[in-house]
Ligand binder design. Structure first.
Ligand code: AMP
Ligand code: ZN
Length: 480
């Protein structure tokens, strides 16, 4: 599979370090509020990537952290702690907030068919690991103590900026956000590993450390949680594009300084979901959630379909009109799947199956091109083959796309049968199923211009007192 690697800035063949096994790390949510549908775009596309890797036969171990401490309102080290801000807003403790929004996050993921990672690890579970890595960095000379805090010294690295060609002078974040610059830092790009004497003395969660009571910086958690569950090497690291700098850049700095070798080879970044007024963001306070989509009558899987229709490396603009278009297309797709009824004697046509599958894998092998994979799904209906093969292909693609098409189609068919049964009182379910099967067989025969077979079916039914009537809405029947 060719995958764009933000580190090399090229599309590369994805080859895990250990044959057949992928270690995958995902930056998890900061649980101070509901996830918005922008966050969930990122998790949806990561889910498709994970499912596609599994589909191609690789085994994947995926780890996700839950940020329940240490993420300040700027991704640098300025502003208020996001968790504390959430707790104050809701008059709850930080741990109550964390539990509530972690649960809510996974409920949203379930609704979007986003698989849970193999390992989910809250930052507050790993304080000992953070302290240990910080001690190593101090010992190796990559970290220093200043003003009570521990900082990472970016000047000790051969190369710090991995994803961008920034220069030190470009880092005017503090100034731009009119936050006082931290004079403890030796270099502008340095970042905090452990806070002790900071301006946030009302921090609710604090731990003992060799440098005094305090709490960890945000970036150290991902380096340590990855190490705890995946060891010294990670194949694939994912996150939204805003994570590339400074978060992922700092993760690389910490991990590579600790191990003295390359840490993670492939970096997968999903671009943003924007509205007409810019990036959707939790801290702006106004954002769309899965529950809101549901309240407005949208199936969350329509949103998943909406995400699938565009490439993960392009910004995606959200509007209700765009979502409505996705809803119409999704519903049509489900009805087309529902109308595929395989006759009992049908078997999967291997050549047609391979032809359909190739389009699908070609699309995803090409830097996870999900919109072309959706086109491949539409192309299944055009294949010159039987319904059994088409359904087999759709089921196969659904291992990756996971749009709930088969179950939604089954639901339609069950409802249709129920409506038919209500309209034909006294006819048993078995008889109805038999008649419908024959009607479908006859439709197929007529489509294949096998009129002799079509007539034979009509006569067979007639001999049992069942008369068929072809109407514009399809074939109806009456029983004498
Ligand atoms: P957070 O909970 O803020 O730490 O973010 C969770 C994930 O969502 C991270 O991978 C972010 O990079 C990503 N993210 C944040 N905003 C957006 C957005 N508007 N569109 C897509 N992904 C986003
Ligand atoms: Zn992270």
């Amino acid at each position: 599979m060719l995958l764009y690697n933000s580190a090399s800035r090229e599309r590369e063949q994805f080859v895990p370090r250990e044959a057949g096994k992928v270690s995958m790390y995902t930056c998890g949510p900061t649980v101070y509020h509901f996830a918005h549908i922008g966050n969930l775009r990122t998790y949806t596309m990561e889910d498709v990537l994970e499912k596609y890797l599994r589909y191609t036969g690789l085994s994947v171990k995926r780890v996700m952290n839950i940020t329940d401490v240490g993420h300040l309102s700027s991704d640098g080290d300025t502003g208020e702690d996001k968790m504390l801000k959430g707790a104050r807003r809701e008059h709850k403790t930080v741990l109550e907030i964390a539990k509530y929004y972690t649960d809510a996050f996974f409920v949203d993921c379930d609704k979007l068919n986003i698989k849970r990672p193999d390992v989910i690890e809250p930052a507050t579970n790993c304080i000992d690991e953070f302290i240990e890595m910080i001690e190593t960095l101090l010992k190796k000379g990559y970290a220093y103590e200043a003003g009570g805090n521990i900082y990472f010294d970016t000047s000790k690295l051969g190369k710090y900026y991995v994803f961008n060609d920034f220069k030190e002078e470009d880092l005017e974040v503090g100034v731009r956000e009119s936050v006082e610059e931290d004079t403890n830092k030796r270099n502008k790009a340095d970042f905090v590993l452990w806070f002790t004497k900071s301006k946030f003395e009302d921090q609710e969660l604090k731990w003992n450390s060799p440098w005094g009571v305090g709490y960890p910086g945000w970036h150290i958690e991902c380096s340590c949680i990855a190490a705890k569950h995946l060891g010294e090497y990670v194949d694939l690291h994912c996150g939204g594009i805003d994570n590339a700098f400074p978060h992922h850049t700092n993760e690389i700095a910490q991990s590579e300084a600790t191990y003295g070798h390359e840490w993670c080879k492939y970096w997968f970044h999903v671009h943003h979901l924007n509205t007409n007024s810019g990036k959707m963001s939790k801290s702006k306070g106004e954002f769309l959630t899965v529950s809101l989509l549901e309240e407005k009558g949208y199936d969350p899987l329509v949103y998943r379909f909406f995400c699938m229709q565009s490439h993960y490396r392009r910004n995606l603009v959200f509007s209700w009109e765009n979502l409505d278009n996705a809803k119409t297309a999704y519903n049509k797709l489900v009805s087309r799947v529902a109308s595929l009824t395989a006759a009992q004697d049908e078997t999967v046509d291997a050549a047609a199956f391979e032809e359909g599958k190739k389009k699908f894998t070609d699309a995803l092998d090409n830097d996870l091109n999900t919109s072309l994979a959706v086109t491949a799904l539409y192309d299944v209906f055009k294949l010159q083959t039987n319904a059994k093969t088409k359904l087999a292909l759709i089921e196969d693609f659904e291992r990756v796309l996971d749009l709930g098409l088969i179950s939604a189609a089954e639901k339609i068919n069950v409802e249709k049968k129920k409506a038919e049964a209500d309209a034909t009182p006294g006819v048993s379910e078995e008889l109805l199923a038999y008649i419908n099967e024959k009607i479908e067989e006859r439709r197929e025969a007529k489509k294949n211009k096998d009129f002799a077979k079509a007539d034979a079916i009509r006569d067979e039914l007639l001999s049992k007192g069942i008369t068929l009537l072809d109407t514009r809405e399809g074939t109806k029947f009456s029983i004498s």
